[in-house]
Design a binder for this molecule. Sequence first.
Ligand code: AMP
Length: 309
Amino acid sequence: MAILVVGSVAFDAIETPSGRRDRCLGGAATYFSLAASHFTDVRVIGVVGEDFGADEEAVLTRRGIDTRGIEHVPGKSFFWSGSYMKNLNEAQTLNTELNVFQSFSPKIPAEYRDSEYLFLANIDPVLQQDVRRKMPKVKMVCGDTMNYWINGHGENLARVLRTLDGLLINDTEAKLLAKQNNLVRAARNILDMGPKSLVVKHGEYGATAFFGESAFDGEACSTPFRAPALPLAEVVDPTGAGDSFAGGFFGYIASQPVLTPAAFRRAMFYGSVMGSFAVERFGTERLQHLRKEEIEDRFALFRQLSHLD
Ligand code: AMP
């Protein structure tokens, strides 16, 4: 099974209480792909500038990620800078430069057409919708977004939401999108906007899933589900935790024959596992060299963490 992902491929400048980096490979599609590549085949659609070289591309291809859909054009790659000095759970955006994404028109390589799963990672909802329209036959489509797009591009985002099987979003952004401060009511409002299921990410407090009536074929699931996050002594860099969660979550789903409530719950745990690795080092460093045994050991740890006799 293969996942096609569209989203930002970027350079980030990050400051956290553990230090700073002026130029790290980042972007939502980058973190997502690296995390998902431990579970299934991944194909990326995106655009980069002349500053994105062979070393950056190799970070993805070394993990078997198909990068033929990453276009190289003149100009600078997407650039984002953020600070976690005030709050490790929520980035304070210092600067967003869309650069080459501003005039990007996604093209789907012929080799990508048979992808069964589609992930619309964080990027302009117009681009998300464009790729969604070009892939009408996918089995399941999930997506993510953030305050930057909710605030200024609400109508375009609403069009994307109507086409989603699942939306993954931070809790502050869920409340912003729903214009509702109570999480349960916010979740209901968002499910009414289209997605069949909703995963709300709470940073160091885990993630909660809410389900609409048609979330699963033939099986109703009305109780929300909460997966914990791993308590860590040091969070070096929270950047990409949400996208890595999404990669682990959707990668696991794509590796399963059918989507049952139990598979969805296990996927939430694999999402938490990948998020917990992402924050241990700056940028994508930890995800690049992760081994399958480390993932399974941590999954077992998550089981112990939340098991009730
Ligand atoms: P997160 O998983 O939420 O921490 O996502 C972090 C990544 O999102 C960073 O690597 C950024 O490059 C990327 N990013 C930040 N702002 C945006 C935006 N407005 N659109 C798309 N990607 C973004």
